[in-house]
Design a protein around this ligand. Structure first.
Ligand SMILES: O=C(O)CCC(=O)C(=O)O
Length: 278
């Protein structure tokens, strides 16, 4: 076991994130670099213009190798060590900052702000971010605001729904979304570490001022799916995984696929935190 998992679980609940060190084997990392370079080389110029701030946003469904990462035994073992024995998974993206590229805007990724559970420490949806190179403020490491998954921050009101196209294209580089924020911390990692965090946490990334591409793969898990309100389970189970990708990777993905057999209506998606976030 790498590290003190009970302490990491407490940090995940209180600060909204934790770092799982040394999870991805160097050989798999090398394969991931090759696969993601190929995925990125297949994108049109327009994609990179639309995603200037993110760097790229390429779905993991573009390549079957990614199923191996989603179901990678050391990732599932780390989740089990955190107390998540039956996690589910929904989607993921290759987010790659080219050399000499700008910062990623501040945002949070939660979609269930209409449900009271979103205002409690309960674990709902988590990112697992897998960086394929060592990261630092120089080459675009993650930044986040600890505790902002549970506590209102001025950015919540300044950026109510930070997923707009204008932010991706970086139409206004002076925008608050690209600046320093009160309480932010840098998250430096080694290639092979995994940063786990709540979808509700405010996060961003530094620009990449190095000469090397900085690739991250963000995978979205529902670590304690069975404990979620049924309307959220219904919403997640109704989301489609592309059938051809699913069929090719059925053995790996089937145990991680969200399933719901009850009769609750799927929750309405709402990305904007309500007044209950104090
Ligand atoms: O690329 C990064 O460092 C962060 C990615 C991110 O914010 C996300 O996937 O939501």
């Amino acid at each position: 076991m790498n590290g003190d998992y009970p302490a990491k679980r407490r940090q995940l609940e209180s600060d909204g994130f934790c770092i799982l060190e040394n999870i991805i084997d160097p050989q798999i990392l090398a394969q991931l670099r090759t696969v993601t370079d190929k995925m990125l080389s297949q994108q049109e110029t327009a994609h990179f213009e639309a995603m200037r701030s993110q760097g790229s946003l390429v779905s993991v469904f573009d390549d079957s190798f990614m199923a191996k990462l989603v179901a990678y035994p050391p990732i599932l073992a780390a989740l089990a060590n955190l107390g998540f024995e039956n996690p589910k998974w929904g989607s993921g993206f290759v987010i790659s900052k080219p050399a000499d590229s700008p910062p990623l805007f501040w945002h949070q990724d939660a979609r269930f702000w209409d449900d009271p559970v979103s205002y409690t420490p309960q674990i709902i949806q988590c990112f697992l971010m897998i960086y394929l190179v060592d990261t630092s403020p120089e080459n675009g490491c993650l930044r986040l605001i600890p505790g902002s998954h549970l506590k209102r921050h001025p950015l919540h009101d300044a950026l109510p729904d930070a997923h707009g196209e204008a932010l991706g294209r970086m139409e206004n580089p002076a925008h608050l979304a690209y600046q320093r924020a009160e309480g932010e911390v840098d998250v430096r990692v080694k290639a092979g570490d995994v940063v786990m965090g709540s979808a509700r946490l405010l996060h961003a990334a530094h620009g990449n001022r190095s000469r090397q591409r900085r690739t991250n793969i963000t995978l979205w898990y529902y670590p304690a799916f069975d404990e979620l309100p049924e309307s959220i389970q219904a919403f997640l189970a109704a989301k489609e995984i592309p059938p051809d990708w699913y069929e090719r990777n059925r053995d790996l993905i089937e145990p991680l696929r969200p399933r719901y057999e009850g009769d609750a209506e799927p929750i309405r998606m709402n990305r904007v935190p309500g007044s209950a976030l104090k």
